[in-house]
Write a protein that binds this ligand. Structure first.
Ligand code: SF4
Length: 272
């Protein structure tokens, strides 16, 4: 049988897939987590991975591989490292331009899709024999399916949508709890510009050190932009620095906070 793997993002949806695979309800023996960097992933996601996901996978005979982007010289490159490299002009994350629109990004492709693709190809996936790659998209975010472009060496499938009945995020939480696991935190880079305003506001309240690091990163990117004579960019859509933007975001009415729900961060299992 051909290769069957889950693109594991470390969040609620893909952890539910881990439980479904571990309990024989879906047939995926391999889970692939593309770690974009220990300095880049949300520390809470990495802690969950080490404390819960890896031991649970191992106890149930599921292979969970943590993959990293490796350069030609065999050193590991991280997304934060690429962003902050001295003299770098690279802006690989989807920062917001002054009109609030997300800029183009290479992070998902370079640090997730290609990293997982390299592993799949090294293990036999090809255009002639594509790997079946399961993606953790739940019914309440079904629009993300259309945003995903299949690579030539893979055949994407959506086990949560194929489930009878299709599963929502809340069903995923129930499945995780029933397996005796805690609910994982939202998985994304701590500095991801696709965070909802409420996520930034919670970070400011609960993890001020991480929030402060995000402000410092935004300042660094803009110092560089200023040297190049370019307009500033921001980590939120509010056209002002993060520290000012988040208090503005707190005024957002509950339920009107969907514009930044991570829906663009699709291909490589960010936020899943
Ligand atoms: S979480 Fe955001 S910053 Fe990180 S790889 Fe995905 S899109 Fe890029």
């Amino acid at each position: 049988m051909g290769l069957r793997a889950i693109s594991y993002g470390g969040g609620v949806q893909s952890t539910a897939l881990l439980v479904l695979a571990a309990t024989g309800r879906i047939d995926f023996p391999v889970f692939l987590f593309a770690n974009v960097g220990d300095d880049s992933e949300d520390p809470a996601t990495l802690a969950y991975l080490d404390r819960y996901a890896k031991p649970y996978a191992a106890a149930h005979g599921v292979e969970l591989h943590e993959l990293r982007r490796v350069r030609r010289d065999r050193t590991v490159e991280t997304l934060f490292g690429r962003l902050t490299r001295p003299g770098s002009r690279s802006l690989p994350i989807p920062v917001r331009m002054s009109n609030g629109a997300p800029g183009t990004r290479g992070c998902t492709a370079d640090f997730k899709i290609k990293v997982i693709g390299r592993w799949l190809k090294a293990h036999g996936a090809s255009k002639a024999a594509p790997a079946v790659v399961g993606i953790g998209i739940s019914l309440d975010e079904i629009e993300r399916v259309n945003a995903r472009r299949a690579m030539p060496y893979e055949q994407p499938v959506y086990p949560l949508l194929d489930h009878d009945p299709p599963l929502r995020r809340i069903d995923c939480q129930r499945i995780i709890r029933a397996a005796g696991l805690p609910i994982p935190p939202k998985s994304a880079c701590w500095f991801c510009p696709m965070h909802r305003p409420s996520t930034w506001a919670e970070m400011r309240r609960d993890r001020p050190d991480l929030f402060e690091r995000s402000c410092v990163l935004e300042d660094l990117l803009n110092e560089r932009r200023a040297e190049l004579g370019r307009d500033p960019v921001y980590l939120t859509r509010f056209n002002r620095p993060l520290s000012a933007a988040v208090s503005a975001a707190q005024a957002t009415l509950p339920g009107l906070d969907h514009a930044d729900d991570g829906g663009y961060c699709d291909n490589g299992a960010c936020f899943t």
